[in-house]
Design a protein around this ligand. Sequence first.
Ligand code: CP
Ligand code: NVA
Length: 293
Amino acid sequence: MAKRDFITGEELDRGELDSLLARAAELKAGRREREGAGALAGRSVALVFERPSTRTRVSFEVGVAELGATPLILRGDELQLSRGESVGDTGRVLSRYLHAIAVRSGSHEAVVELAAGAEVPVINALTPLHHPCQALADLLTLREHFGTLEGLRVVYVGDGNNVARSLAILGRTAGVEVVVASPEGYSLEPGLAELSEDPRAAAEGADALYTDVWVSMGDEDAAERRRADLAPFQLNEELLALASERAIALHCLPAHPGEEITEGVLYGERSAVWDQAENRLHAQKALLELLVA
Ligand code: CP
Ligand code: NVA
């Protein structure tokens, strides 16, 4: 059987995504009873990180271990990659030892190249273009909060970045209405979601308001300009008041309270951000079961 990668999130169809989210909910509910323990017994999964990470790294490491497999954390600068060994060769060789590779890289093309060389599933643990594992947790959080994804309107405000793109792609597969409101020059490319340049109009009737940092990894050189341009797109109390009465606030974290989100919203009673962070674990365990078990 051909190996399956998870790089943009488009690899999953609606039925597979629905089943994955249902399984993630089951793994979450059964965690105390060690649901899923042994699903990946005897396997090894590499977690390659070329960039910093708190949630992705820890949730993958714990998730792999809970499924009975051995996680190997590999930093880019420890591998021969850092001395010029090609990404393709790295994938070829790692495939001879391992059963899957999750990778966070500053180059989306490098992850595609790694997957082309690898004979085992490659999972994108964030590139500047996509963050599909985050979107799985986002959908799981919406599903558990509202009981269904059917008919939900999710409005992302801010930079049309990796997190916004993956939310749009996987949201579309799941049948969620995703709106991405960004200032001129920061929009997502057309065709993935409804686009807007007016955060207030977009927020009306939203079931969730979502934002992410204004300065992503790799964007540091333009930090000052980005903060100025994105300031009108802050997720604050005023914006939340325009959304549906039942609306929740989402953020992939790490957050910069006072920049893209106010402290009041981040720590307020409508924030689902901490569940969202936890759900990385459960969603990725379900993904590993699907791709590796
Ligand atoms: N949301 C997210 O991917 O967080 P980390 O960068 O800490 O992994
Ligand atoms: N957009 C952010 C997400 C971090 C989890 C970044 O790429 O830095």
